[in-house]
Design a protein around this ligand. Structure first.
Ligand code: SF4
Length: 324
């Protein structure tokens, strides 16, 4: 997705962002899927977990979250005494929207006593009804830490859930049938095709992808001769930094490629997207001109009702304490 602004216009808007940021005492936290011009002016770029950890670490009076709405909500829950703003209040997430609080209440009623494990891509209200919030980097460890005799309700991403179930061998884990529209479209055939076209390349696959469990299964059977690493976006960044000489095919939202190329100082020859159409239009609703306006007018402030924030803070803090 390309900006309609010229390079000079973007540079001028970036200068204004840096100026406003300094004057207002604002700190910008951006997700790996954000547009390059946003990543370049952010104080921190990372995945959902990294963003939450960074929000807690900062002591700036204004925190600007460039990411989808649940990310800004998480920062607002963690920083009740600070002003948390987002440049685009309608930046949703198809995965977070795949379960409502009412649906979760009903599901819990069907499984009394079950431990509710929610992926971080959920609304504050859903987190408030959960026991643990997890990310793709710590979901396996958290599920393993839950006593064997406890039923688990895992939500909302079914591909991540199936992946965790496969790796942990957990039998009494129920999985909500939610998905992210960007990652769900990836198939094992995409991986097979990319392996033929890029012999020797390492496949970096996000566990939200529709192919992750299938790929592990096919690989275990010996039907897929390719080096697959199933990693969170933060895990992908770390892996590529540690192995800058490798060639990669990357199966997640294409915005991560800018970050990865920057990390290894590559012009991009060794990093390719699995599919060019893996674009999250919600992430791309945050543009540099909206960021300028957001800083100028200090909009849009994200507030979570205290009674929901108080409950949602418990599973989020558990996630953070298990991630240090
Ligand atoms: S890529 Fe998918 S999970 Fe990530 S923000 Fe977009 S819709 Fe949500």
């Amino acid at each position: 997705m390309r900006s309609t602004l010229s390079v000079e216009e973007i540079k001028e808007l970036q200068r204004r962002v840096l100026d406003l940021k300094r004057k207002k005492g604002a700190y910008i936290i951006a997700h790996n899927y954000q547009l390059p011009e946003i990543q370049d002016v952010a104080d921190y770029v990372g995945d959902s977990l990294g963003m939450a950890m960074e929000a807690k670490r900062t002591d700036y009076p204004i925190v600007v979250v460039c990411g989808v709405h649940f990310m800004a909500e998480t920062a607002a829950i963690l920083l009740p005494d600070r002003k948390v703003i987002t440049p685009e209040r309608y930046a949703g997430c198809s995965l977070a929207e795949s379960i409502t609080p009412e649906q979760l209440r009903e599901w819990k009623a069907q499984h009394p006593g079950a431990v509710v494990v929610s992926y971080v891509n959920t609304t504050a209200e859903v987190k408030a009804l959960s026991d643990y919030t997890v990310t793709s980097s710590n979901a396996i460890d958290i599920v393993r830490a839950i006593p064997e005799d406890k039923e688990i309700l895992f939500l909302p991403d079914m591909f991540l859930g199936m992946y965790v179930k496969e790796v942990t061998g957990r039998k009494n884990m129920h999985i909500w049938p939610g998905e992210c529209h960007v990652h769900a479209r990836v198939t094992p055939q995409d991986i097979s095709r990319a392996a033929v076209e890029n012999p020797g390349a390492v496949m970096l696959v996000h566990p939200e992808c529709g192919c992750s469990t299938n790929c592990l299964y096919l690989k275990a059977k010996g039907d897929l001769d390719v080096d697959i690493k199933v990693l969170s976006t933060g895990g992908m960044v770390r892996y590529v930094k540690q192995h800058p000489e490798e060639e990669y095919v990357v199966a997640t939202e294409v915005g991560i490629l800018y970050r990865l190329k920057k990390e290894i100082g590559s012009d991009g020859d060794r990093l390719k997207p699995l599919r060019e159409d893996m674009i999250c239009e919600y992430m791309k609703t945050i543009t540099i001109d909206k960021l300028v306006r957001s800083l100028e007018e200090e909009v849009y402030e994200v507030k979570v009702p205290p009674e929901i924030a108080e409950k949602a803070r418990v599973p989020i803090e558990r996630m953070l304490s298990l991630s240090r």
